[in-house]
Design a protein around this ligand. Sequence first.
Ligand SMILES: [Zn+2]
Length: 323
Amino acid sequence: MARNLIGIDLGGTTTKMAFLSVSGEILTKWNIPTDISDEGSHIVPNIIESINQHITNSEFSKDDFIGIGMGTPGSVDIENGTVIGAFNLNWKKRQQVRDQIQAGVGLQFILDNDANVASLGEYWKGAGEKDADVVFVTLGTGVGGGVIAGGRLLHGINGGAGELGHVTVQPNGYLCTCGKRGCLEQYASATGVVHVAADMAKDFMGTSRLKEMEDNQESVTSKMIFYLADNGDILANQVVDRVTFYLGLALANVANILNPANIIIGGGVSNAGNTLLQPTTRYFQENAFPAVRDSTKLRLAQLGNDAGVIGAASLALRFQKSN
Ligand SMILES: [Zn+2]
């Protein structure tokens, strides 16, 4: 009987893949570079080749696998197994991903949006601890999110559910890539934090290493800003205060609607740990109403880069019965 799953986490530079047990333990994992040349036409064939190669070189045969799940950037049509508008993959036109992979590997295949899939990973094996009500926010180059309510991942009527990155935190604020203004993504993503720092440095008059760096046009990263904040830099602390205010406000408003057990914060910016979590929690509590404030917890993600492949693999659990 088939006991294993395959998870794929497709990203703009790297494609992560893994074989997992049916209980979500990673048996083996590997990466291939994502070749986005020629309108991304090599991406799917490369995935097929790599999976087939790894099955051949493993102790398993194809019959040992229940199916394949994948997380991808872009807008996903789960029903039809297609992706469109994944600009970091050069996938501008609709891509028929499912049919190609099912034909190329010979296993059942399902895909979902990458942030949704990371949410499922944390829900299943990470900080979510299988609570049926979990919200996940990922602070990376952009801000993504996923909502699991009553044990179900929410998609909405057009795949837009759980897009926490586009919650408005500053009316008439920074212009977002979505065309709207003041989205959380423009403040709490890695690039957003840097943008906030550049703006706040202009008006800052005190002594600060961050101010010096901005004035000298040195390259500044969000990681540096949190590091400087940790080490007492006044401007860096003001930046972190502003960013965590926006994040805490957005998460409180989401929690005021959903009252999840946990809101899990992941992505590169969350590596700042308590420097991010503590002030965010303070602003969250200020903006959450009592029933929510007393029950919903903010937590850091636990799976790091593995959340994608683990969550992706969990999608394929639905093929278990039909096999
Ligand atoms: Zn937006």
